[in-house]
Design a protein around this ligand. Sequence first.
Ligand code: MV4
Length: 446
Amino acid sequence: MFEKILIANRGEIALRIHRACREMGIKTVAVHSSADADAMHVRLADESVCIGPPSSTDSYLNIPSIIAAAEITNADAIHPGYGFLSENAKFVDIVTAHGIKFIGPSADHIRLMGDKITAKETMRKLGVPCVPGSAGEVMTLAEAAQSAAEIGYPVIIKASAGGGGRGMKVAATADDLSEAFSSARSESKLAVGNDAVYMEEYLSTPRHIEIQILADGQGNVVHLGERDCSLQRRHQKVLEESPSPAMTDQLRTRIGKTVADAIRDMNYDGVGTIEFLFENDEFYFIEMNTRLQVEHPVTEMVTGIDLVQAQINVAAGYPLTLRQEDIKFSGHAIECRVTAEDAVTFAASPGPVTEFHVPGGLGVRVDSALYTGYNIPPYYDSLIAKLIVHSNSREECLLRLNRALEEFVVSGIKTTLPLHQEIVHNAEFRAGSYNIHWLEKYLAER
Ligand code: MV4
């Protein structure tokens, strides 16, 4: 097992990883920007190294600084968390070349899944259902027109190197195609420096459902069920739950087996998430994330499995002892992402936190690096806390979530806690009858 892990991240996820390490008897190294010297992840780690000025580009994305910090402290592995360098294949190559273990999949798997065209082609060949679409890249407008005619309108044009909805355009009819095709390409070129695009049938009202997998690269793969992440605003998830209100045991078992088989065939190792659009009881693969995700606690609560400890174990070369039949899904979990933003305008609200009181009690978990007196710096992601609630049924989970939200106090800054209170009281949300457009529509009409 590793003796010391460098955590190449900040905020609640750095703390989350530190906690897993501590319980496993592994020492931790925190890295931080000059703006984060007083951050909780720095306070709790065994050692810390300042890796640069406030800007992420110069600190949490600064590869030479992070490698130097690992060498100085003699860390034998690096955990990237989510965001930052977590899906950067070049970083994995450099970490590996320095004789340090990257806690995550191989650089090749990250590259394969980072290119959405090769990701989809790989999954299709391995028997995973995909959205009907073009055979790979669409290079010219003529090709786009032919492909769209075969698929049928409406179609969606996506950037192969994209993600988070960047460079994504819908063409409702043939009249919209030329404009959609050229703007998808130029947006993609601008955002990711690559103008390769592909095309799919546009699904009008799907849910976003993702399957969590855990693999050891030694032939052992398990799936840990689904998370429904349909509640999003501008491609940022707001609330996630498991099980999905739209799922059945039969559908879960079937897609879970399909996904686990594909991941085994790929020889993938580590944790991963396979994202689907789900409409009329059918799954359509869209993308795979090769990292630990923000919403992983929802899965931890319903399976009882510590995903970060599992991730560290497989990275250290221990085979998975867990078998699919050992995994029991118990009850219901909901995660609310609390951000330092105005709950109505979504204007950023960094600054000093004068009061921070978290809810507690049975089935309530708060993952946060905040403390009373902390000054939230303006340079990073606005996530300040994840409230995760677990109970026996969705109904009881909603009652518990409402109770926990009532107890939660954050003063000095604005937060999205009031938005979560609105959502938990909303009849449509309570009925579970929502899709990927529900939240934006609700926000536009409220
Ligand atoms: C789609 C789609 C409809 N049809 N693909 C948006 C981000 C990207 N990762 C995938 N996205 C979508 N792909 C087809 N063929 C609709 C979306 C989409 C969406 C997906 C998940 C969650 C929220 C969304 C909001 C708008 C559009």
